[in-house]
Design a protein around this ligand. Structure first.
Ligand SMILES: [Mn+2]
Length: 280
């Protein structure tokens, strides 16, 4: 793994590649359509975490009681997309043997690489995908692989019926047709009992596009989509997943350049803290 150590490690973490939870930055920024710059997000999320307490009052747990490692950012500079994805895949494959990987994006395409590593280790892993967008396009702007198509590829490779989407409120007519093949796809954050039971049966990979939040709570992202949930609602959903076998987590698509007050990065950092305490 070629890694750039974090200049400021995440809250209560130590710079290392082994721990109960291992944070790893995937500053992928190759296929963004609207506004590039997500490669700067992992470091901004680390900096933003400093404003938070290490203690989660809701969970009654503290990051200082957890072996939280921050591996830094993968060196992806200059790599074409296939090589960058292979790098992310290999890193997640290595990290997951020593701890729970939490990937800090970067563009959402990186999820496909992380999920690929997880699927080899845990075949049949369900994908729980929080996003404003379906990301189920077969192709986008002439490219088949990118931030708007990765979930389609995940469905093709591991089955659309393994995908649960929450908070989704934007897509083409064709994407919505495709979404009907998913285990669940809803603009809300509620999980029907049968879907929750399926998630409880085996390993789950949790992928959070920060744009699942309403732009009022998370303006700093490339494709803001009005009509989303507030931060507290997403955190409540996260807490409701306690007890699931979550084997990988990512928080993607923060775009520091359009996050003037830094609240998007703080929201991302807080979701990382809660996920680490819940699933680590
Ligand atoms: Mn999105």
């Amino acid at each position: 793994m070629s890694l750039r150590p974090p200049s400021v490690p995440f809250l209560a973490s130590r710079p290392a590649t082994e721990g109960q939870v291992v944070l790893i930055g995937a500053p992928l920024d190759l296929t963004e359509s609207f506004r590039p710059g997500t490669c700067l997000a992992p470091q901004r999320i680390r900096q933003a975490s400093d404003v938070l307490e290490t203690y989660s009052p809701h969970l009654e747990r503290d990051l200082i009681d957890l072996q939280l490692a921050d591996a830094g950012d993968l060196e992806l500079d200059g790599l074409p997309l296939p090589e960058a994805l292979a790098t992310i895949d290999a890193a997640v494959a290595q990290v997951r043997t020593v701890g729970l990987p939490i990937i800090l994006g970067g563009e959402h395409t990186a999820t496909l690489a992380a999920l690929s590593a997880i699927q080899r280790a845990f075949p049949g892993t369900m994908l729980l995908h929080l996003d404003a967008h379906l990301d189920l396009r077969e192709a986008y702007q002439g490219e088949t692989l990118g931030h708007a198509t990765w979930a389609y590829h995940a469905g093709q490779r591991w089955g659309f019926d393994q995908i649960v989407q929450l908070g989704v409120r934007s897509g083409t007519r064709a994407e919505y047709r495709q979404a009907a093949a998913c285990a669940w796809s809803s603009p809300g954050l509620d999980l029907p009992v049968r879907v929750r039971q399926r998630l409880a049966r085996g390993p789950v990979y949790l992928s959070i596009d920060i744009d699942v939040l309403d732009p009022a709570c998370a303006p700093g992202t490339g494709c803001p989509e009005p009509g989303g949930p507030r931060y507290a609602e997403v955190e409540w959903l996260l807490h409701s997943l306690a007890g699931l076998q979550v084997v990988g987590v990512d928080v993607m698509e923060v775009l520091p350049e359009v996050d003037p007050a830094g609240i998007t990065a703080v929201a991302a950092a807080k979701l990382v803290r809660e996920a680490a305490l819940l699933f680590g």
